[in-house]
Ligand binder design. Structure first.
Ligand SMILES: Cc1cc2nc3c(=O)[nH]c(=O)nc-3n(C[C@H](O)[C@H](O)[C@H](O)COP(=O)(O)OP(=O)(O)OC[C@H]3O[C@@H](n4cnc5c(N)ncnc54)[C@H](O)[C@@H]3O)c2cc1C
Length: 390
């Protein structure tokens, strides 16, 4: 475990059952469930407002929408159409579903909604508060008026893809990362069918995709890929894509009106060591993101449920060893197929190779396979079904 050498502090040590670091979706969910189960929970978040510095596009898949009952007033209109493009943008492949497949969350209001739920459940939510590390046996945080010690029975690292909590607990760190960036354009002309457009072009998105998600209210225009494979940087690639992006009318292409978003995306599959006797990791910190689609919202909710259940048991039994069952290695096996497909996507290195791969999507079997992946009923594996309970 990493330790911080610091000056002694004058403020008394605070006590809590669980210290949760990071108020993204994973931290908010874990903290709320634990408070609802009767535990004292302190949730710290370095951002001062949950509506700022948003990282995600916010696409929720059908399975999440049906299992988690998200507040519909903060969701955009349903999307049933997916359009796939080769680098030339010619002869796209259109896939339509009879069901509502995706909805884009208004993430600022959604985070605030879940923050209100957390506070109602009794969570002590502290914005503008940064996790610093370990000092003696306490956790060290920084608030506006200085550093404080917190003695927590357990800590939860919900602090994103580059987790500091993971480092301090001596757990696995995400090493296989994409970087993504996008602009969210408000639409002046909301005509047209909501659709999710994806471009397979290694110049714009080496190892991943460029996208336009237009739900009739906003258009999210973005690119993601391996950082070291962008010769002129990812912002240059976004600029090039935004100038031609399908699914966005020229009248709406005003970058001054657009909200920038972005961040790292762990795509190496769930990490193996995600718990220690002192705490555990959830969400991106645990690598809980689909290696193929890079979707992390469904995984972070499901893993948070499992984390809260495990911590509840450990707190009730007063037994730190209970956290052993929270085992990334067991869950990771479920990711084998998606990791193989990630590897295949990463091999497409030239526009010619992307055009050739695209030919497969134009035939029946290729279309069916794409539909199966994109409109799937599968989600992040339910940990309770994969890991036997003790
Ligand atoms: C550009 C982009 C688009 C994406 N689009 C989608 C999508 O459409 N659908 C989908 O399913 N997934 C998407 N993902 C992935 C998805 O957004 C993440 O998997 C998910 O949001 C992870 O949630 P989280 O709570 O684990 O982490 P985060 O949302 O990253 O939350 C971590 C929180 O911890 C806080 N924090 C970090 N360090 C500290 C510290 N030292 N002290 C205090 N607080 C700290 C951060 O401020 C942050 O609020 C996208 C990712 C990117 C980058």
């Amino acid at each position: 475990m990493t330790r911080l050498i610091t000056q002694p502090m004058t403020t008394p040590t605070e006590h809590t059952d669980v210290l949760v670091v990071g108020a993204g979706l994973a931290g908010l969910r874990t903290a709320t469930l634990l408070a609802q189960l009767g535990h004292s929970v302190t949730l710290i978040e370095r951002r001062r407002r949950l509506t700022e510095f948003i990282r995600t596009t916010g696409i929720f898949v059908r399975k999440t929408l049906s299992d988690y009952g998200l507040p519909t007033e903060h969701l955009g209109p349903p999307i049933r159409t997916m359009v796939l493009y080769p680098p030339s943008l010619r002869k796209p492949v259109r896939l339509s579903s009879e069901r509502d497949e995706y909805r884009v969350g208004e993430m600022g209001p959604l985070y605030e909604h879940y923050a209100r739920e957390a506070v109602l459940a009794g969570v002590d939510l502290r914005l503008g508060t940064r996790f610093l590390g370990l000092v003696e046996d306490d956790w060290l945080i920084r608030e506006d008026d200085g550093a404080r010690r917190i003695a927590a029975r357990f800590i939860v690292g919900a602090d994103g893809a580059r987790s500091q909590v993971a480092k301090h607990l001596g757990l696995d760190l995400n090493a296989h990362l994409l970087v993504g960036t996008e602009r969210v354009y408000p639409l002046t002309d909301p005509a047209g069918e909501p659709a999710f457009h994806c471009v397979i072009d290694p110049r714009l998105a080496p190892g991943y995709l460029a996208w336009t998600v237009n739900d009739g209210v906003h258009a999210h225009v973005g690119v993601a890929g391996y950082a070291h494979r962008y010769p002129h940087g990812i912002n240059h690639a976004l600029e090039s894509y935004a100038a031609v992006a399908p699914g966005l009318s020229p009248a709406d292409r005003n970058p001054a009106q657009a909200e920038p978003r972005g961040g790292p995306i762990p795509v190496g599959g769930l990490l193996r060591r995600i718990s220690s006797p002192r705490g555990l990791l959830v969400g991106d910190a645990a690598g809980a993101v689909s290696p193929l689609t890079a979707g992390g919202l469904d995984p972070c909710l499901r893993l948070s449920d499992y984390a809260a259940g495990t911590l509840h048991q450990a707190l009730t039994n007063a037994d730190r060893s209970t956290l052993q069952v929270y085992d990334g290695a067991a869950l990771r096996r479920e990711f084998r197929g998606r990791l193989a497909m990630r590897h295949a996507l990463a091999q497409i290195r030239t526009p010619a190779a992307a055009e050739a791969a695209f030919l497969g999507l134009r035939i029946g079997a290729g279309r069916a396979a794409a539909g199966h992946i994109l409109f799937a009923d599968k989600s992040f594996p339910s940990p309770n079904q994969v890991i036997p309970t003790r």
